[in-house]
Design a protein around this ligand. Structure first.
Ligand code: PEP
Length: 248
């Protein structure tokens, strides 16, 4: 199979305001000069509509969606709602939501199905805690998480996976390259086991303290198809070098 197009996505979490459309424009300018790399930004839901109108080649996504199409779910947004706002995909199952909102693998699986039904993409996050890493069972735990979160209908046309060790998110700590490569190989094997040939076409992003200094080494690893970037995506100066480091 041909090399999958690199995918570099910024997760702004609960950061940003309307004035930051200027940051998006700077990222869009850089993305326009880097054909051959897919670039995304997932701002807070309140900014999706404004950002979608100024995104150029940058794909605007949401950070979550509800699994149901409508109903009594105060404060939540359906896939159709975020699509109407201008998002074309959503992050689902981020470890902060799994921890803060108690999201289970079954919830994440249902959210992926809801996005697909709405004609949208999904970035499905998995990753181990520090205790799980220290237990020596990280690969078993994370592949089981993926197997349970992944809908049987998944293909690389609409779904990507993000491996994000919880202990690496926002901490400045990054697994050694051998550990990232071993996890991505195991996730690829799980994708192929669950999806057959289609599993080879799913991009597996790495996330957790990616920055301008470490991006090139991480993005060059086998089966690392891109990066999900938190803190370093909030400013064009720190995000653009990551786009530039992506293999094309
Ligand atoms: C994230 O939260 O998805 C993330 C990877 O954050 P950071 O890059 O800040 O570690």
């Amino acid at each position: 199979m041909a090399q999958l197009t690199s995918y570099i996505v910024g997760n702004w979490k609960m950061n940003g305001s309307a004035a930051d459309v200027a940051v998006l424009r700077a990222i869009a300018d850089a993305a326009a000069g880097h054909e051959g790399v897919d670039v995304g930004i997932c701002p807070p839901a309140t900014l999706i509509a404004a950002f979608a109108g100024a995104a150029g080649p940058v794909q605007i996504g949401a950070q979550d969606c509800h699994a149901k199409a409508s109903g009594a779910h105060t404060g939540n947004l359906s896939a159709a709602m975020i699509r109407e706002a201008g998002a074309t995909y959503s992050i689902i199952g981020h470890s902060e939501r799994r921890a803060d909102q108690g999201e289970t693998d079954a919830d994440v699986n249902a959210k992926a199905e809801a996005l697909h039904a709405a004609g949208m993409g999904a970035i499905l996050c998995v990753g181990e805690t520090l205790d799980e890493r220290d237990s020596g069972n990280a690969i078993l735990i994370v592949t089981a998480q993926l197997a349970a979160s992944l809908p049987a209908s998944a293909t690389g046309d609409w779904l990507s996976v993000a491996y994000e060790p919880v202990w690496a998110i926002g901490t400045g700590r990054v697994p050694v390259s051998d550990d990232i490569a071993a996890m991505h190989a195991a996730l690829r094997a799980t994708l192929v086991e669950k999806l057959g040939e289609a599993g080879k076409g799913v991009r597996i992003l790495y996330g957790g303290s990616v920055n301008a200094g470490n991006a090139a080494e991480i993005l060059a690893l086998a089966d690392v198809g891109g990066a999900l970037v938190g803190g370093a995506s909030l400013k064009a100066e720190s995000f653009v070098p990551i786009i530039e480091a992506a293999p094309r």
